[in-house]
Each structure stands twice: as structure tokens, then as C-alpha cells.
Design a protein around this ligand. Structure first.
Ligand code: HEC
Ligand code: HEC
Ligand code: HEC
Length: 119
């Protein structure tokens, strides 16, 4: 506990931004990813990662899509979860730059965001 999951930690070993590795993340979803990777155009902070995104969170939040499974948010399998957790790689596929910067899907019209956020 107290560490980002392995997959995001691996990204952060190179993309370490402004937050020290040992102070990053506590699986509550309130800690934010590093300063190097802003999302959207009007966010003062970066997107949280390494927390469980499940039906309970979607219900509690009230403006999130309920994930299709612990492996994918969407039925089309464009946006993955990793043992139920949201990670850097939920939004990025570092092997595929069709949708720069290595996004899982185009964010045109906030399409990527709207895979998970329904308001
Ligand atoms: C071994 C070091 C290393 C690791 C590990 C790594 N990256 Fe990178 N990544 C880089 C480098 C170097 C670049 C090129 C940076 C540049 O062009 O300014 C890059 C580029 C990127 C870009 C494109 C940036 C842009 O401006 O177009 C994204 C997105 C990205 N990485 C995400 C990730 C994610 C997500 C992970 C984990 C799944 C990851 N990276 C793991 C080193 C790494
Ligand atoms: C919720 C989706 C989402 C998550 C989670 C996410 N990113 Fe990104 N990331 C984006 C989007 C969208 C952009 C493009 C932002 C833009 O162009 O303004 C981006 C841009 C980037 C870039 C390009 C450089 C930059 O600052 O524009 C890097 C590198 C990157 N992300 C790395 C990461 C890493 C490492 C993580 C995990 C710690 C991560 N991202 C998590 C959506 C995400
Ligand atoms: C893979 C699913 C997913 C994607 C894609 C996604 N989000 Fe999120 N986002 C979440 C979850 C889950 C939360 C946590 C909500 C909660 O804790 O109630 C969240 C939280 C947020 C928050 C609140 C952050 C905070 O500090 O509490 C903002 C703002 C946000 N997302 C914006 C975006 C934007 C903009 C995009 C598109 C670039 C995006 N999200 C894409 C799942 C996603």
C-alpha cells in the first residue's frame, strides 16, 4: 500500500514530473499524477491514477460510467482497467500513436473523457 500500482509506477520511473516517487499515490484516488501530463484544457491538476474504479465508485460519484468489468470500462474494450484499477495505461497505449499523444482513443469532443465521465 502507499505505492502506485506497478504499471503506473513503471511509467513514472521515467515520467516522474514534480512528485517524488515515494510520496505519490495512496490508492484513494485523491492523489494526482505528476505535473508532466495535463489532461483536458481547463484542469488545474492532472488526472488521478492507481485507484480502484468500480461500480461502487461510479455510484458514489454519480457522474461516472459504471465499468463493464474489472478489465475494461467500455463494452468495446477501448479503455482498460488493470485488476479494476485506473492507471496511466487506461488512457495511454505507448505502442500506438494513432491518437497522439499515445491515447487509447481520440479525445476529439472529449471522447476519451466521456468513455468514463457521463456528465
Ligand atoms: C524508459 C523510460 C520510459 C518509460 C518507462 C515510459 N516512457 Fe513514456 N516516454 C519516454 C520518452 C523518452 C519519451 C519521449 C519524450 C519526448 O519526446 O519529449 C516518452 C514519450 C511518451 C509520451 C508522448 C509524449 C508526447 O509529448 O508526445 C507518452 C504519452 C508517454 N511517453 C506515456 C508513457 C506511459 C503511459 C508509460 C507507462 C505505460 C510510459 N510512457 C513509460 C520514456 C519512457
Ligand atoms: C484520464 C486519462 C489520462 C490518464 C489517466 C493519464 N493521461 Fe497522460 N494524457 C492524457 C491526455 C488526454 C493527454 C493529452 C493532453 C493534451 O494534449 O492537452 C495526455 C498527455 C500525456 C503526455 C504528453 C506530455 C504532456 O504533458 O502533454 C504524457 C508524457 C503523459 N500524458 C503521460 C502520462 C502518465 C505517465 C500517466 C500516469 C501517471 C498518464 N499520462 C495518465 C490522458 C491521460
Ligand atoms: C478510464 C476512465 C476515465 C477517463 C478516460 C477519464 N476519467 Fe476523469 N476520472 C475517472 C475516475 C474514476 C475519477 C475519480 C472520480 C471520483 O473519485 O469520484 C476521475 C476524476 C476526474 C476528475 C476529478 C479529479 C480530482 O482531482 O478529483 C476530473 C477533473 C477528471 N476526471 C477529468 C477528466 C478529463 C478531462 C478526462 C479526459 C481527458 C478524463 N477525466 C478521463 C475516470 C476517467
Amino acid at each position: 500500500m502507499g505505492q502506485p500500482a506497478g504499471i503506473s509506477k513503471a511509467c513514472l520511473s521515467c515520467h516522474d514530473g514534480t512528485v517524488a516517487m515515494d510520496s505519490f499515490g495512496n490508492n484513494t484516488g485523491t492523489h494526482l499524477m505528476t505535473g508532466s501530463a495535463k489532461v483536458g484544457t481547463d484542469l488545474s491538476d492532472d488526472h488521478p491514477v492507481s485507484f480502484t474504479y468500480d461500480t461502487a465508485l461510479a455510484t458514489a460519484d454519480g457522474s461516472l460510467v459504471t465499468p463493464a468489468s474489472a478489465s475494461f470500462v467500455d463494452a468495446g474494450h477501448a479503455v482498460p482497467l488493470f485488476a479494476g484499477k485506473m492507471e496511466c495505461a487506461s488512457c495511454h497505449d505507448v505502442h500506438n500513436n494513432i491518437n497522439a499523444p499515445f491515447l487509447r482513443k481520440s479525445n476529439s469532443g472529449s471522447a476519451l473523457c466521456l468513455t468514463c465521465h457521463n456528465k
